[in-house]
Structures are given as C-alpha cells and as structure tokens.
Design a binder for this molecule. Structure first.
Ligand code: KG4
Ligand code: ZN
Length: 352
C-alpha cells in the first residue's frame, strides 16, 4: 500500500527545521524511513549579540520562518501539502514559547488538511537521527546523548524501549563547552568555537578534573570542571597581566581550550565504554550537538575499534537540531505501533 509521509517540525530552541520523510505504513515490512526533503534556519547569528538564546526573540523568529521553510521543503520534495499524511512536531523539552510555534503550526496544518498530528520528544529525535545516515544502526545499542541541555547514557532495545543508564547531575556536556567558551571570550554557541581553538592548543597543558570519571555509576558532572577552568584562567591572566581574550594570550587561551575539551571528551569516552562493558552490547550510537565534536569522534572510533564495537553517528548536518530527526522519530514511532497520531490539535507542549 501507499507509503506514509510524515512532516516534521522542530522549534524547541534556536533552530527552525521542517522536513518530510517517507516510510512504510505500520504493519508492513519496515526498513528505514527515507528523508525526502528538509529545510533549516539557524538563529545563531541573531542571538550572538546577547551571548545566548533570548527566548522571546527565538519565538518571534520561529513565527517568521515556519511557513517559508515549509514551502521550501515541499518545493524541494516536488510534493504538495496534500501529500502530507501525518504531522509530527517537537512537543518538548525546550523553550515554551518556541515550542508553541511548532505545535501551533503542526496543529493548524493538521486541522486544515484533516490529518492527525503527533507530538515528538526532542531527545528521541536526536537519539534516532543516526537512522538517517548512510550507515544506520540496528537495535539494541548503547546511546550517548550529548546536547546543550542533556547528557545521558541509554540502553536502547527498540523504538520507545529506552532504559536510562546514567545522566548528568548538573551541567550538560554542551553546556560545559558553552560556558567555558564564554569565559574564554569565544562567544555563543561555544562548542564549535572552543573545539576549533582547541586544535591549536596542547590538551595536556592543564591537568583539569574529570568529575565522577572513576565512580562506578554512569552519571556525569561538569560543574566542577567549569570552576577549575575559571581558576586556571584567573591564574593565567595574573601571570601574563592580560585578560584571557587579549590578542597576546592566543597560546595560553588555546592550551586552556584544548585541556578543557580533553577533559570533557575523556569523561564522555570513559563513561560510554563503561556502559558498553556493563550492558555487554557491541554497538554505540552518539547523538546530539556535541556528537559533532571531532576529538570525541576520533577517540570513540579508536577505542571502539579496539573493542570490536560499531559506532554510529548522525550525518554531521543532522547532529544539531533539525526537522528531519523529528519527522523520523514520528515515522518510526508510528511504524512500530509505539504511538498513534491523533486529531486533538491541542497545541500540547511539554517545556520540561
Ligand atoms: O543538540 P543541540 O543542537 O541542541 C540541544 O538540543 O541542546 O546541541 C547544541 C550543543 C551546544 O551546546 C553546542 O555548543 C554543542 O552542541 N556543539 C558542540 C559542537 N557542535 C555543537 N560541542 C562541541 N564540539 C562541537 N563541534
Ligand atoms: Zn537538540
């Protein structure tokens, strides 16, 4: 019978994303859903002047972008509105006002087209995003979810069958990147900037703490690292008599960036290996914005190769927020019978 086409809408934070995926209908041989088209607008430039995401500005910009991005997606797919069978939107977590834009758009489309809608968990989108890569994983696997708001290790046995193995007790890994980058004067979002700067520094220059790395649970903590970086920075500034962001401080700044990145990656690597050991699984999926980090990928690849573990990543451009992962998660939920799209059109959002 006809394939099922799911439109995905992402608006939880500072990216507006729309995408269309196609999958086999529920109950038929499944295979991995196929991405037909997607369009994305990042608000990063707009928020940069403020050093972080301004929620009210984010909502307003989502409002400006959703319709043009929907048109762009449809044009790229060569399909019309009537080709949409189900609308999936990000229900949360995220900024309430921003989420409401996507939910409102999704429900309006559903109501106008008489199609059911489905709220999707943002993290499930990240978690399943490697299924859109050229090398999709197979269940079961361990997932390392590392984004700006979350750091979790999970055992994943199938769609909707997730067991939390450990998570951060304070800051997320992306937050650790962003906050330390801000201290070093690298602006927002700090992750990519810090990792670029780190390429020029010595990761062994500073022995920074690896919080909780040697404990036998799978929880993370990054707040202490932030404080340690702050202390080192103060010491460097006093030593050189210049602020860390000064031109003359390029070398110490790069060394501190490299050491910070090394500490974060070391913790993520070690906890991931513990999770693999503990579950006995031979497959690892890495997802979320920090999954784009080059050092993390290199070290995971190397460690997993030696242990006979397969590692899967989303395509680089699907690591950070996007509509494709939301359409995909909606499609996989429907296919597997783990969710039913409904005609409630209730703008149901769950910011937390
Ligand atoms: O998944 P994501 O786009 O949004 C959330 O759901 O949070 O992740 C964004 C996070 C930010 O903290 C950003 O600094 C970080 O991912 N990030 C990186 C890199 N690219 C993005 N962190 C380290 N290295 C990168 N290359
Ligand atoms: Zn995200």
């Amino acid at each position: 019978s006809a394939p099922l086409r799911v439109l995905g809408i992402e608006s939880s934070c500072d990216e507006t994303g729309i995408a269309l995926v196609e999958c086999a209908p529920a109950g038929e041989p499944q295979g991995v859903p196929r991405l037909l088209a997607h369009a994305l607008h990042s608000q990063i430039e707009m928020h940069q002047a403020y050093g972080g995401v301004v929620p009210e500005l984010a909502s307003r910009d989502h409002i400006r972008r959703v319709v043009p991005l929907l048109r762009e997606t449809l044009a790229a797919s060569g399909l019309g509105l009537e080709a949409i069978d189900v609308v999936a939107y990000t229900r949360g977590p995220g900024l309430a006002g921003a989420l409401l834009v996507g939910a409102g758009m999704g429900c309006a489309l559903g109501l106008a087209l008489d199609r059911p809608v489905l709220g999707v968990h943002h993290l499930e989108g990240h978690l399943l995003s490697p299924f859109l890569s050229a090398d999709p994983p197979e269940f079961p696997f361990v997932a390392l979810l590392v984004s700006g708001g979350h750091t979790q290790l999970m055992r994943v046995d199938g769609v909707g069958r997730y067991e939390l193995l450990g998570e951060t007790i304070d800051d997320a890994a992306g937050e650790a990147f962003d906050k330390t980058a801000k201290m070093l004067g690298l602006g927002y979002p700090g992750g990519p900037a810090l990792s670029r700067l780190a390429e020029q520094g010595d990761p062994a220059a500073h022995a920074l703490p690896r919080p909780l790395m040697k404990t036998d649970n799978l929880d993370f903590s990054f707040a202490g690292l932030k404080t340690a970086v702050w202390t080192r920075m103060q010491r460097l500034e006093a030593e050189h008599g210049q602020p860390i962001a000064a031109d003359g401080m390029a070398r110490p700044r790069a060394d501190l960036a490299a050491s910070t990145q090394a500490a974060i990656v070391d913790v993520l690597l070690n906890k991931s290996l513990s999770a693999l050991r503990r579950t006995g699984l031979k497959r690892l999926v890495v997802a979320g914005g920090v999954g784009a980090n080059r050092r993390l990928r290199e070290q995971l690849d190397e460690a997993c190769r030696r242990r006979g573990v397969r590692v899967h990543y989303p395509e680089l451009h699907l690591c950070t927020d996007n509509g494709a992962m939301i359409a995909l998660a909606g499609a996989m939920r429907l296919q597997s019978g783990q969710a039913v799209a409904e005609r409630h059109y209730a703008f149901d959002v769950r910011p937390r």
